[in-house]
Design a protein around this ligand. Structure first.
Ligand SMILES: [Zn+2]
Length: 231
């Protein structure tokens, strides 16, 4: 199940002939989870079944059946501006958080980041700082090991903070953005927080920026290698 964002659920209105009235969205602005074709052109025909309302449409691009579900659509907050969550199955895959070069250097960091995005879509906000923090550690260590394969064992067993402090092993921006990602993410796990105004969205942004700087360095290295080999 995949929780859709409120802005993806369009044209809320009542299901015809259902009492008490239940508000549901007529259109969903989401891509088909299989072929990525937009589903927004399909009008949803909702049905009530006990505590659920559900609608099913077939993608015209690949015939995949996509189901949308609202749990307890009669709950008090089901009113304009406070609509209930709409869940989708099968789930769409979130767009990758890490650039392709980073995913290639660290497939595990890519996997963890994508799993954390799924957790975010399900509203599991308390877990996200830990997820993005773990993705950062794998990304930084795999990047360092890619640069210094002979030191793989030492890098793997070294604390993340030491990896980020090791001068000369990575660019200044990677080190500074990586340290800030770890600071805010670690703070999210503490009972008493030093930075209560910063949440997982900041960690996600910092991780994304750290990965972009790594991507710049990897692309720069690729170009340097190419140019050096020319006569
Ligand atoms: Zn499709």
């Amino acid at each position: 199940m995949w929780a859709l964002k409120p802005e993806q659920c369009r044209q809320w209105g009542p299901i015809p002939n259902v009492t008490p009235p239940i508000r549901v969205p007529c259109h969903i602005d989401a891509p088909c989870p299989e072929c990525n074709r937009s589903l927004i052109g399909e009008q949803l025909k909702w049905q009530r079944m006990g505590p659920l309302a559900f609608a099913r449409i077939g993608c015209k691009g690949c015939t995949t059946n996509v189901t949308f579900v609202i749990v307890d659509p009669t709950q008090p907050q089901s009113m304009p501006g406070k609509d209930p969550l709409v869940f989708q199955s099968p789930a769409s895959q979130p767009a990758p958080l890490l650039p392709p070069r980073c995913a290639q250097v660290s497939p595990t960091a890519h996997l963890i980041a994508q799993q954390t995005l799924v957790a975010e879509s399900l509203g599991l906000s308390e877990l996200l700082g830990m997820g993005y923090r773990k993705a950062l550690e794998f990304l930084i260590k795999d990047y360092l090991i890619d640069r210094q394969p002979d030191a793989a064992d030492q890098i793997a067993s070294r604390p993340l903070a030491q990896c980020l402090e090791s001068a000369g092993s990575m660019g200044h921006q990677i080190r500074e953005m990586g340290k800030r990602t770890a600071w805010v993410a670690n703070d999210l796990t503490h009972y008493v927080r030093k930075r209560p105004g910063l949440d997982h969205t900041v960690v996600k942004t910092l991780l994304s920026i750290t990965a972009k700087w790594i991507d710049f360095e990897l692309e720069t290295q690729e170009l340097n290698d190419t140019i050096e080999h020319r006569p």
